[in-house]
Write a protein that binds this ligand. Structure first.
Ligand code: G3I
Length: 360
């Protein structure tokens, strides 16, 4: 019988009550003895200093996940301290952790308008900027070719509030190379590693309100334009930074995902978490609302079958960017991720497990 949102909310409140009473509860939707080998990969983003200072983090990731995404270590800001040097040590450390635990690494991100060192921003010549992009993509992909089999090649190409479907985000690469920089990045990446999965990654395309419908239309237009030009785009990344107060556009997102699959693209959930600063305060009630929103999002994303993978932007509330980016006015702890501050499981994790084992 198809799972419903009501099932999730009802279960989540029951499970929270049982958990609060210290009574173990069945994981939601877990098929007892199900064949988990067919599960889709679940990953978490990780920041090296957190991994190095808290052994619980590595233990939780190796227990729950089969892939990781470095939060900063494969960005220009970490890799490129000066124009003449690469700092691979942080990236090597995370790749080493993943290799040591039999996990793969999702590369984030080769070309982005943000996290660029000042020395890059100072380059204004288009020819030099193109040479720099080609050098960076070739050097970084070649180094991590064995462990990094998928890359966010271009991150966040659509402006926050597009004024039309052909609108593209301004920023360093647009200003130096124009809109062609997106196609160029994919072509260079494909030439370096023809077997790598190349992803176009975006946020805020999943909601029913605010700027999301316009952003979804502009993102769709860019994808279709790139494919018409023969750009080697293999997948789209739906970051999934869900905003607690914004409803998911379930039907529109499902239609969007079905259309993307029809274009031959894989769907990756790349940065899932829930900004809960405006949600109710009691933890158990908030966890149920969060689980419900994650359910809505993953239901729509799974409309044409399970996504390629699901990655959350961290795994424990204690190590989430949401804490400092969207603190709660009541001073209580944010609860944006599948495990709480003390690495205890929340309904969020069971909703993930449900969609990982979905059989369409
Ligand atoms: O750890 C240092 C700390 O020692 C230092 O005192 C402090 C001040 O300089 O910086 C700390 O590092 C920060 C790092 O996050 C860890 O917290 C960097 O400054 C800060 O720039 C970095 O921000 C990250 C941001 O991307 C830029 O790389 C966020 O954590 C990370 O969550 C965010 O992730 C992005 C994705 O890449 C793209 N999608 C949106 C997502 C959220 O914004």
């Amino acid at each position: 019988m198809a799972l419903t949102r009501r099932d999730v909310l009802k279960w989540a409140l029951e499970a929270s009550a049982l958990s609060a009473a210290g009574t173990p509860f069945r994981a939601f939707g877990a098929e007892a003895g199900g064949d988990r080998t067919a599960d889709i990969p679940y990953g978490a983003a990780v920041y090296l200093p957190d991994l190095q200072t808290d052994a619980r983090l590595g233990a939780a990731i190796s227990r729950h996940c089969t892939r990781v995404t470095p939060v900063t270590e494969l960005k220009w800001s970490s890799l490129r301290p000066t124009s003449g040097t690469f700092d691979f040590a942080p990236g090597d450390a995370i790749v080493g952790f993943a290799d040591g635990h039999g996990m793969d690494v999702h590369g984030h991100t080769l070309v982005w308008h943000a996290s660029l060192p000042d020395w890059v921003e100072s380059i204004t010549d288009a020819g030099e900027a193109e040479r720099l992009m080609r050098e960076h993509v070739a050097t970084v992909m070649a180094r991590y070719k064995k462990s990094v089999r998928s890359w966010d090649v271009v991150n966040e190409p659509i402006p926050d509030a597009p004024d039309g479907v052909t609108d593209r985000r301004d920023g360093y690469w647009s200003e130096r190379l124009g809109p062609r920089h997106v196609r160029l990045a994919f072509e260079v990446a494909h030439a370096v590693d023809p077997a790598a999965m190349l992803v176009l990654n975006e946020y805020d395309v999943e909601f029913a309100v605010e700027r999301s419908p316009a952003k979804r239309a502009a993102f769709r237009n860019l994808v279709e334009e790139l494919l018409d030009q023969g750009a080697p785009v293999h997948a789209i990344g739906l970051q999934g930074h869900l905003r607690g107060g914004w409803p998911i556009a379930i039907d529109e997102l499902a239609d969007f995902v079905v259309d993307m699959r029809r274009l031959g693209l894989q769907i990756l959930v790349t940065e899932l978490d829930v900004q809960d600063q405006d949600l109710v305060s009691p933890a158990d009630e908030r966890d149920a609302v969060i689980a419900g929103q994650v359910f809505d999002f993953l239901s729509a994303v799974s409309a044409a079958g399970p996504p390629h993978s699901i990655t959350t932007w961290g795994i424990s509330d204690q190590y989430s960017w949401v804490r400092w980016a969207f603190p709660r006015s009541d001073g209580t702890r944010n609860r944006p991720l599948p495990l709480d501050w003390d690495f205890q499981r929340k309904p969020f994790m069971d909703v993930i497990d449900h969609f990982r084992t979905l059989r369409i």
